[in-house]
Every structure is written in C-alpha cells, then in structure tokens.
Design a protein around this ligand. Structure first.
Ligand SMILES: [Zn+2]
Length: 123
C-alpha cells in the first residue's frame, strides 16, 4: 500500500496542517494501532494454538509409548500435527536431532517412526 504522508493511515482522509502527521486525529491513531496489535496477537494466538496442539499430540503418544517403543510418523499427521511449528531443537548425537514442542520432543527413527521423549529441565 502506498503511504502518502498527507493521508491518514487509518481512514485515508486528507490531513490538513502539518505534513508529517500520520493521522487526522487521536481517534484514528488509536484505531490504527489497536487494529495493528490485534492482528499481531491473532497471529501469535494461532501459532500458540498449533504449538499447544502439537504438544498435546506428543504428550498423548508419549503416554501410550510405554518403555520407549516407537510410534509411526503417520500417527502424528492423522492427529493433525503441524511439523513446521515447534519450540526448539536439540542435537543429542550425530544422528539424533530432537524437535520439541515445549517439553515433549521427537526424533524420526528408521522406517518413518518416531521416538518421543520428555525433557525434564530447560537446557
Ligand atoms: Zn483519519
């Protein structure tokens, strides 16, 4: 969008007076900022929602895992797991990359299976 300095950023009306003004009045200024910040927090809410859903899926599968058995990777996708959303990764060994959603991490093992672990402290 083109930003003409003589147009209000909120209502696009021509601004009278000083040419460095961005809004015609304080109402337009606060409306604009409220909209901007609510868009940003909506985005964060959606990402947080995906992360929490991923965490719940890993936590549920972890509880079912019993003694370190592996789970087919497809199980994650069936449950709606979003692999592109995670909190951090940890390289434990040369071929052991764990991807975490909060305290639950997973590693892709042979045959498209995953091993889920629970982190007990923040490293
Ligand atoms: Zn305005």
């Amino acid at each position: 969008m083109e930003t003409n300095p003589k147009q209000c950023l909120h209502c696009a009306k021509k601004i009278a007076g000083r040419t460095d003004k961005k809004f015609c009045n304080s109402h337009c200024r606060s409306s604009y900022h409220n909209h901007f910040y609510s868009d940003r927090s909506n985005y964060m809410r959606r990402v947080n929602g995906l992360l929490l859903r991923n965490r719940k899926i890993l936590a549920d599968l972890f509880a079912l895992q019993r003694g370190g058995t592996t789970v087919p990777l497809s199980e994650l996708y069936v449950k709606g797991f979003s692999p592109s959303h995670f909190t951090h990764q940890q390289q434990k060994d040369k071929n052991q990359l764990f991807t975490y959603c909060y305290e639950f991490g997973y590693q892709i093992t042979e045959k498209n299976c995953i091993k889920i672990i629970q982190q007990t402290s923040i490293e």
